[in-house]
Design a protein around this ligand. Structure first.
Ligand code: COI
Length: 356
């Protein structure tokens, strides 16, 4: 159990008013959690302090070699004003899988969850209550040794910042267009595609710029070896409804094991859908689209929640899905998942965790 010291801000900021457009990841709350790691001493000095700049040596290893991991989860305001997290234990586990891959010391899962709960509780007034809004929580670890040799750092900072946010996509729940990238790749097996680390997102930017320039919201990655099998989208996992079955790329080490992905597959199985986690080639997808077997396409992610995809582009082929409307299963999944997250629907799976 962490002994967290709390230093409250002397100059609280204005909390966004009801109805104010929040966007995603622009606004930050009054406080943040920080804990340091020093080799030989372990994680120490857990504290909640006013949100503000941090001081790093320009030689800090994270700035040069990208030894860092991050997580993303949300706090939701329930109907009676209470605040919930959604499966934070899964974020704690995934953080340590990323830490292992990046040679970052593990954070005990219970300490990770305690730290998230503590900082959310301090800034609980910042959890918005309007439909579709939440407090996005960004835990991350950076390597801080001032040293230019390539080696694991001996010191780190674990920080948690909070950002009241609305929908990830500006279009909200309107179907987005996705660009299937055929030039760049994001990750290969044996690489660090499964880890949540900045380098994977840096690797995605060139394709994302291409996608935007082409009029699409995000790029969808193909596998890095054969450039044939569907992997994931820049900020979400992807799933298809093909001839009544739910099909999604299997976790193969190069895609992110999404917590929303896991939750929606669970719901689909509970509802009696046949779910296939397997390799799915872009050719199979295009053929399914042309034959009419491709019924729905949607992305899943903490930030993206359940996002309908209305258009896919692959080379010269542009596939329209669902006539610009959200699919029936996509909508049902969105409603059920957000219903559980916001405390509007029963939570038979024990996914919701009360903060205050
Ligand atoms: C999340 O969904 O929490 C993510 O981390 C995606 C992000 C890169 C916006």
């Amino acid at each position: 159990m962490l002994d967290i010291k709390i230093q409250k801000t002397a100059s609280p900021k204005k909390i966004p008013a009801k109805g104010e457009k929040l966007g995603f990841g622009h606004i930050f709350t009054d406080h943040m959690f920080i804990m340091n790691y020093t080799e030989g001493k372990g994680w120490h000095d857990p504290r909640i302090v006013p949100f503000g700049d941090i001081t790093l040596s320009p030689a800090a290893m994270v700035l040069h070699y990208g030894q860092e991991m991050f997580e993303g989860l949300k706090a939701y305001r329930g109907e009676n004003g209470e605040v919930y997290l959604f499966r934070p234990d899964m974020n704690a586990k995934r953080a340590n899988n990323s830490n292992d891959r990046l040679c970052i010391p593990r954070i005990p899962e219970e300490d990770f969850v305690q730290a998230v709960k503590a900082v959310v509780a301090v800034d609980s007034d910042w959890v918005p209550s309007e439909e579709g809004t939440s407090l996005y929580i960004r835990p991350f670890v950076i390597s801080t040794d001032a040293h230019l040799g390539v080696a694991p750092s001996k010191t780190y900072m674990f920080i948690i910042i909070l950002s009241p946010s609305g929908a990830y996509y500006e279009s909200g729940l309107a179907p987005v267009g996705i660009w299937i990238e055929d030039e760049y790749v994001r990750a290969v097996r044996g690489g660090m595609g499964f880890a949540k680390t900045g380098g994977n997102y840096a690797a995605s930017l060139a394709a994302q710029v291409k996608a935007h320039d082409g009029g699409y919201s995000q790029a969808l990655w193909l596998d890095g070896v054969e450039r044939k099998y569907i992997e994931e989208v820049g900020s979400m996992n992807i799933a298809f409804k093909i001839s009544g079955k739910v099909v999604t790329p299997m976790l193969n080490g190069s895609i992110l094991p999404g917590i929303t992905r896991d939750s929606i597959l669970h719901l689909c199985r509970e509802w009696g859908y046949e779910v296939e986690e397997r390799r799915i080639s872009v050719d199979e997808l295009i053929a399914a689209a042309h034959s009419g077997a491709l019924e729905e396409v949607f992305g899943t992610g903490t930030a993206a929640v359940v996002s309908p995809v209305g258009k896919l582009r692959y080379k010269d082929d542009v596939i329209e899905i669902g006539g610009g409307k959200i699919g029936e299963l996509t909508q049902k999944l969105y409603d059920e998942l957000t219903g559980i997250q916001w405390g509007k629907r029963p939570d038979p799976y024990g996914w919701r965790v009360k903060v205050c």
